[in-house]
Design a protein around this ligand. Structure first.
Ligand code: SAM
Length: 216
């Protein structure tokens, strides 16, 4: 049973690079099934969510690749990585010259993972566990990777991100074809084939698209 999130993360992960992002090192689960099942079984009764922070999800890898290949999107800007998980997108933004980077996630284990992973990559990220959905913060750019896996979350986030886009913020969403991707109001930006594993996904490769919220 994990007592301290950082100790638990260090004991259950290894330092790896996600397939699409060789320039970023992260503490990730190597043996997927044991950590997923162990934590689900052990932690469910404590109300602690599954360890999303232990994986670099295909949607997040797509946004991170896009940002690293197009640093002008974030350079000199105040960036929010919403639902950051392991912190990959936030780290990509920091490495691409963002003026400041905030990573948000409601999971306290993600807070610890983001901190550990930011240190591994020698970047500065402010992590917050506040639920920012609906808020209008001081962000020029809002990025989100792989958040369309549950309908209520996807609906709330889509309305919020669309509102921010209408206010002139740059908003990008990375999604590998999840069930609850919003229908309409999105423009295709770029697509990447992301190598994944059948233990986590139902395929060896996922085509992950970076979407732009239309302002109209
Ligand atoms: C599938 S993971 C994606 C993580 C990361 N963006 C990536 O692509 O690797 C989804 C994340 O959303 C987070 N999450 C769910 N609801 C949230 C909310 N209201 N605010 C912030 N994060 C949230 C979960 O804790 C989880 O870390």
């Amino acid at each position: 049973m994990p007592k301290d999130p950082k100790t638990f993360i260090e004991a259950n992960t290894a330092i790896e690079t996600p397939p699409l992002i060789p320039e970023v090192r992260l503490r990730l689960a190597t043996e997927i099934v044991p950590i997923w099942q162990a934590t689900e079984d052990d932690l469910a009764h404590l109300g602690i969510p599954p360890p999303y922070w232990a994986f670099a999800w295909a949607g997040g890898q797509a946004v991170a690749r896009y940002i690293l290949d197009n640093p002008d999107v974030v350079a000199g800007k105040r960036v929010l990585d919403f639902a950051s998980g392991c912190g990959l997108v936030a780290i990509a933004a920091a490495k691409s010259g963002a003026a400041s980077v905030t990573a948000s996630d409601i999971d306290p284990f993600a807070m610890a993972a983001i901190d550990l992973n930011a240190k591994l990559n020698a970047v500065t990220i402010t992590a917050t566990s506040e639920d920012l959905i609906g808020q209008d913060g001081p962000w020029d750019v809002v990025l989100a990777g792989d958040i369309c896996y549950e309908q209520p979350l996807s609906d709330r986030v889509a309305q919020w991100l669309r509102r921010l886009a209408r206010k002139g913020r740059t908003v990008r969403l990375g999604d590998p074809g999840r069930t609850y991707l919003p229908q309409g109001g999105l423009d295709w930006v770029v697509r990447y084939a992301v190598k994944t594993t059948r233990e986590l996904e139902d395929t060896d490769v996922r085509n992950a698209v970076v979407w732009k919220f239309t302002a109209d």
